[in-house]
Design a protein around this ligand. Structure first.
Ligand code: C5P
Length: 404
């Protein structure tokens, strides 16, 4: 069950050309288990048809203050009460002005006034309108009411102008919605996460590496952010985009990763080493591409630093050291090996991954099945879940350790 399962989202659509984009957002929300009800302003109905939104949401669309079918109901009050979150996207300059000044002259603005739950606003308009002091002042006002404003993207607009004002991408809105529902139990934490593989070159075009895609580490970064943490992600080469609000430092080799981890340590309260660090690197990397037949058929290697083990050692000598969370990807005796590494590396928690199993777990998969072993001897078998949900289960265990 994800944070979005069975959540009731009220989506307010206003008069902006970006209205067509949120048709996809409705589908994405429903795929994640949300119930979506749509409210449209009069101008929004000129950009996209209520029929489209009704079909996609599976619910009637509300456009007017008064219901012809059920005149005895008061739609703005019942709609405001029956939902867990109000998402206004795209939010036009006009609607933002209405929200800022407490106007109640259409159904959406009235619902916003009557809502006591979280309100997320995704502005989308011409960049000159967006940058106008009036719009900026109105945004500052609605932020002061506690509304969460998701900044628009920069780029080319439908009108041909270029600048800030394009509706944010779905992934940013999704993260903001998840944040609204996530427990804020990591709000005081400075989290450092490593993710992905490292690459150890032996000439300019060849390297030693492993199939890690970084998905588990990135999911940990996104979910820590959702739970209120300040997050730094040190990532080896992956094809992934850093989650919104996460500082990302890119590295290639184990030695570079070690340098970055050590540089960030001072300001960190929790370290999670989810990276699949190469244990060895070529002893003599060649400055030029090695030609076929030119090299001996053996590759001398030297050991890379074990970053986590070094942190564990330092932890023994320090009264105040970040919590240490490691990973163990094992193809046999995974629990025995995990327990051994927990002790040997002096960790607070280890996430043990049986990679000898099915394609649903381990490298590259979107799902994972892990066992959590902590320093107090507790063991938790986490069932097969998405990597995002697995990450939340890991943070639940970390939050329990923090609580003592
Ligand atoms: O000993 P093993 O490599 O299996 O331990 C895995 C854990 O140690 C992971 O958390 C991984 O990120 C970390 N590690 C490390 N530096 C290495 C190798 C592994 O920090 N050189």
């Amino acid at each position: 069950m994800s944070l979005l399962t069975d959540k009731k989202i009220l989506l307010g659509i206003t008069g902006s050309i970006a209205a067509y984009k949120v048709a996809d957002w409705v589908r994405a929300l429903r795929r994640e288990g949300c119930q979506v009800t749509v409210v449209m302003t009069e101008a929004a109905c000129r950009f996209i048809s209520p029929l489209t939104m009704a079909a996609l949401s599976g619910n009637p669309v509300h456009t007017g203050m008064f219901s012809a079918e059920a005149p005895e109901t008061i739609p703005h009050i019942s709609l405001a009460k029956e939902h867990d979150l109000l998402l206004i996207a795209p939010a036009s300059a006009q609607t933002i002005a209405r929200l800022a000044h407490g106007l109640a002259d259409n159904l959406l603005a009235t619902i916003a006034l009557a809502s006591s739950g979280p309100i997320l606003v995704c502005p989308a308009m011409n960049s000159v309108m967006f940058q106008h002091p009036a719009t900026q002042a109105n945004l500052a006002i609605i932020r002061s009411y506690g509304y969460q404003v998701i900044e628009p993207d920069c780029g080319k607009m439908a009108c041909g102008d270029e600048g800030p004002g394009r509706l944010t991408e779905w992934e940013n809105a999704r993260q903001a919605i998840l944040t609204a529902f996530a427990p804020q139990d990591l709000a005081d934490e400075q989290v450092l996460i490593t993710a992905g593989p490292t690459r150890e070159s032996f000439d300019p075009v060849r390297f030693l590496s492993n199939p890690s895609t970084g998905k588990m580490g990135y999911a940990l970064a996104a979910t820590a952010r959702q739970r209120g943490a300040t997050v730094t992600l040190i990532s080896g080469p992956t094809g992934l985009t850093a989650p919104p609000g996460v500082r990302c430092i890119h590295v290639t080799t184990a030695v570079e990763m070690q340098a970055q981890v050590m540089a960030c340590l001072e300001a960190t309260t929790i370290v999670v080493k989810a990276a699949a660090v190469s244990d060895y690197r070529p002893a003599e990397p060649q400055p030029h591409k090695v030609k076929k037949g030119e090299a001996a058929l053996s590759l001398p290697l030297v050991a890379n630093p074990d970053i986590l083990k070094e942190l564990g050692k330092r932890k023994r000598d320090s009264a105040k050291f970040p919590l240490l969370i490691g990973f163990a990807a094992e193809s046999r005796d995974h629990l025995t090996e995990g327990a051994r590494k927990l002790q040997e590396k002096n960790l607070d928690l280890i996430v043990v991954n049986d990679i000898g199993g099915t394609e649903e777990t381990g490298f590259g998969a979107d799902t994972n099945r892990v066992t959590l072993l902590d320093r107090n001897g507790a063991q938790e078998d986490v069932p097969l879940l998405s990597k995002e949900e697995t990450a939340h289960r890991i943070w639940d265990a970390v939050a329990r350790l923090i609580d003592g």
